[in-house]
Write a protein that binds this ligand. Structure first.
Ligand code: AMP
Ligand code: MN
Ligand code: MN
Ligand code: MN
Length: 278
């Protein structure tokens, strides 16, 4: 069976490895079909494509777009996108826009709870100045020795409504799906098990996503528990979604699941790659 991993991050967003190092790790771990999906950024794709080709690994251009839906942040993955598509590029540029200001506000709020110089501290971990993320702050707080892992940093400081959290308005669901499909890509709801919606809200999210042209949902992801693989397999069948699989790897020692390390999709699903030339 093909080892397909369609979700991970390089240091072009909040991963720790370069696109080239990520490609090498995917290959070493036995990945046959690989997508790198940096947050709100496509500028790493050219390097990833070259690295994958040199390793004779099937490469899928991807992105993970941050959106705000019903007051929460949701992530929409785009696969098989044309990363040069102008509407996509412009949309992502706009989406990235407020990150530096947000980061400065986060640093001020963290200062108030005794975490000093967090803006400069987070910057040390940033590979791309256009993309300062909560993950970079989390790495700085880890470096200070204040928490045992990233999860604890988010539950104490950076998660929604915690002291360092600054609400942000990302793209809309409709925009994200239209940027992706307009660039010839397939839109996929990332790690649905992470969102805190009621059943009613989830139903509305899935229906709206479909109406706008969304096609897939992540079933097997590093962000889901084993129970959630089965639960979202049922959701995929109920809504007629294609099923995706992706580790959401961010870096060695940080991510629970390594590149290529997930179990296969549950049976009876139509994989998002079902009609790809692979
Ligand atoms: P941002 O886009 O700046 O809001 O940062 C969101 C990123 O934070 C996600 O892409 C994850 O990589 C990371 N993240 C969110 N929650 C957690 C968590 N509980 N543990 C570790 N990383 C997290
Ligand atoms: Mn991330
Ligand atoms: Mn995500
Ligand atoms: Mn991700």
């Amino acid at each position: 069976m093909l080892n397909v991993d369609l979700h991970c991050h390089s240091n072009i967003s909040d991963g720790t490895l370069t696109p080239t190092a990520l490609a090498a790790r995917a290959k070493k771990n036995g990945v046959d079909v690989w997508a790198m999906t940096d947050h709100d950024e496509v500028s790493g794709i050219a390097e990833a494509r070259i690295a994958a080709a040199a390793l004779d690994m099937n490469y899928v251009p991807g992105v993970e777009i941050s959106i705000t839906w019903a007051g929460q942040t949701v992530h929409i993955v785009g696969l098989q996108i044309d990363e040069k598509n102008q509407a996509l590029v412009d949309g992502l540029t706009a989406t990235r826009g407020g990150r530096e200001e947000r980061a400065r506000e986060m640093a001020a709020q963290l200062e108030a709870v005794g975490i000093h110089d967090a803006f400069q501290g987070a910057l040390k971990f940033v590979g791309n100045p256009d993309l300062i993320s909560r993950t970079h702050f989390a790495r700085y707080i880890m470096e200070l020795g204040m928490c045992k892992d990233l999860n604890e940093v988010f539950s104490k400081y950076l998660g929604d409504d915690k002291p360092g959290f600054v609400p942000h308005r990302w793209a809309t669901l409709q925009n994200s799906v239209e940027w992706i499909t307009g660039a010839g890509g397939i839109a996929v709801i990332a790690h649905p098990g992470r969102y805190k919606f009621s059943d009613l809200a989830f139903d509305a999210l899935f229906n709206e996503f479909k109406e706008f042209g969304g096609a897939g949902i992540e079933v097997t992801t590093g962000s889901h528990s084993v129970d959630q693989y089965d639960y979202y397999a049922k959701v995929a069948k109920t809504y007629g979604f294609l099923a995706s699989r992706g580790s959401d790897f961010h870096g060695p020692g940080e991510s629970r699941v390594d590149l290529g390390g997930l179990p296969p999709l549950p049976s009876g699903l139509k994989p998002v790659w079902h009609d790809w030339d692979i």
